[in-house]
Design a protein around this ligand. Structure first.
Ligand code: GP9
Ligand code: MN
Length: 429
């Protein structure tokens, strides 16, 4: 109930990291395209098969002097997978310990989400794109609660031959058609493009499999690089189009991998990819790294080593846009802030920090990967302190969602989204 809000406010106030003044407001007024790279893991960056880069386009972006890239960025999803990633990016709230928060609470809860905030504070037009049925992960309802003005799901895409693979429209076709809609949105816009082709079981048609597969001997793992390569090519085609139309100049690209593509059940294959005899729980924690990068003309790029994750994306963008998240009920910290605590909670209560890692109950030195089997008294105290933060952070975020607490929380200058004003049905011609 209403009384639960105050302790959450207090906790978040204590852990508010604040912005870095150098970056504050630097992208205000630019279009934002969030490119959701399905099941894309960090190790794919610069990875080669038979001497060929799997993802040359994304690699180039990663190393570009106009890209702020992060190499210690982790996904933090639970059973809600893609939807948990969306929940974190749009709200800086964690998914739930079980099930998908977007499905369970997306229809009824009140949210103070990125689309609504950007629209109300800065006049952004907001749209999400996904090449499958609108009901998947309850997007058609949750997006209304998030305040998305437009949701271009499959029904908005012209039908063509061999359009689908796996979870929906193939990325090249999807991004090409999505770009036509993008061009027509009033600017500035905040748009999210959710790719699907690089999704287990990594199916792709023969004409798109010119890239060699992995040779781990695990049939469900080996084609992963082929669909990742296809995704990379689709990104190249999108970027070329944005360059050609001039849209790129005015646009900030945000790329992120939503979660692992190869689950921890495939230990033998993971060992082969890492070139190790055996994988430890430490390796499995590091295996959860996904890319996060922000690219725009004139941006001071470089590879940032701060430890963070999906929960931190929204506060980062807010500061870059010059919207202070000081008063928001958001659980992340700006990735560019110097005051971050750099504690990365996983949804199961494990965690990573620059110094220590806890994975499946084992503790490790994060720098060396060495297991700490006999922690000193001081280390034990440090572990306990980190654990307390992680448990509280996750638990309070769950309270916000389970108790629908944002309905009690008035944000100055923010009007609650009226879901009834939004419809995503395509007008019948
Ligand atoms: C479904 C697609 C994949 O619409 O986004 O979801 P996932 O299985 O990755 O959660
Ligand atoms: Mn996903």
């Amino acid at each position: 109930n209403k009384k639960d809000v105050a302790p959450i406010q207090k906790f978040l106030k204590e852990h508010y990291a604040g912005p870095d003044a150098t970056y504050y407001g630097t992208i205000k007024g630019k279009n934002i395209i969030v490119l959701h790279l399905e099941s894309f893991q960090q190790w794919l960056i610069d990875y080669k098969v038979n001497g060929k880069e799997v993802t040359p386009t994304i690699n180039e972006l990663y190393h570009s002097s106009n890209t702020m890239a992060f190499d210690n960025f982790f996904h933090q999803v639970g059973q809600g997978k893609t939807s948990d990633a969306e929940m974190m990016l749009e709200n800086s709230l964690f998914g739930l310990p079980e099930g998908s928060a977007m499905t369970i609470d997306g229809t009824t809860n009140t949210f103070q989400s990125a689309p609504a905030l950007l629209h109300q504070k800065l006049g952004y037009t907001t749209a999400s794109f996904h090449g499958d049925v609108p009901s998947f992960w309850n997007r058609d309802n949750a997006y209304k609660s998030f305040g998305y003005q437009y949701f271009f799901s499959k029904e908005y895409f012209p039908k063509v031959k061999d359009q689908d693979m796996g979870y929906g429209i193939k990325d090249k076709i999807f991004l090409k058609d999505a770009a036509y809609y993008l061009q027509q949105l009033p600017q500035p816009f905040y748009a999210k493009l959710i790719t699907v082709t690089n999704h287990y079981p990594y199916l792709i048609d023969k004409k798109n499999t010119d890239f060699p597969s992995l040779k781990t001997g695990d049939n469900t793992v080996d084609p992963y690089v082929q669909t990742a390569h296809y995704l990379d090519q689709s990104v190249k085609e999108l970027l070329d189009y944005l360059d050609k139309t001039g849209l790129r100049k005015n646009t900030v690209l945000v790329l992120y991998g939503d979660h692992y593509g190869i689950s921890n059940n495939h230990k033998a294959a993971i060992a082969k990819i890492l070139g190790k005899k055996k994988v430890t729980n430490y390796d499995l924690a590091m295996w959860q790294k996904v890319p996060f990068m922000i690219n725009a003309e004139g941006l001071q790029g470089g590879i940032n080593h701060t430890y963070g994750g999906e929960i931190d994306v929204l506060p980062t963008l807010e500061d870059l846009l010059g919207i202070s998240s000081n008063k928001y009920l958001q659980f992340g910290q700006d990735l560019l802030s110097k005051n971050r605590n750099q504690i990365v909670p996983f949804r199961d209560g494990d965690w990573v920090t620059p110094k220590y890692t806890k994975s499946s109950g084992d503790y490790y030195d994060t720098k060396t990967g060495k297991q700490i089997t006999n922690p000193t008294k001081a280390q034990k105290a440090e572990f306990a302190k980190i654990q307390k933060y992680v448990t509280t952070d996750l638990g309070l975020s769950d309270k916000v969602i389970n108790g629908d607490l944002l309905r009690f929380y008035k944000l100055p200058g923010f009007t609650k989204t009226n879901k009834k004003d939004i419809t995503y049905n395509r007008a019948k011609a």
